[in-house]
Design a protein. Structure first.
Length: 120
């Protein structure tokens, strides 16, 4: 499995599993970062907090864009309210699309090679 091959890149496609793990990582990183900043005296509502949260937010937006690509949509679709649920539960678009090959290998022609390798 090739999880997190370019986690800060907006190019390519990812599966639901990687997106779900990314979301969990984001939540944990956000909570830990806020706790760390508050422990050194920086309040959560301070503008400087956004500087520290920028890499964490970038990670989530990049992973979200790649999940949108897996559905055959632009990364901008993730700003649609409640679209995140579609990203969590909808299956990948079959085969290659404008963004990359199917991350499951379905429809890319690889499953034919797998069958041939098992038989021969």
């Amino acid at each position: 499995m090739k999880l997190f091959r370019a986690p800060f890149s907006f190019k390519g496609r990812i599966r639901r599993t990687e997106f779900g793990i990314s979301y969990i990582i984001y939540i944990v990183a956000y909570v830990l970062l806020i706790a760390l900043l508050e422990s050194v005296g920086i309040k959560a509502d301070s503008p400087i907090v956004y500087v520290f949260l920028l890499p964490v937010a970038w990670f989530l937006w990049a992973q979200g864009a790649k999940r949108c690509h897996d559905r055959g949509n632009s990364g901008w679709y993730q700003i649609i309210p409640f679209y995140v649920f579609w990203m969590f539960f909808a299956d990948s678009e079959f085969g290659p699309n404008d963004y990359d090959l199917n991350p499951k290998g379905i429809g890319n022609g690889e499953e034919i090679n797998d069958i041939g390798n098992r038989m021969g």
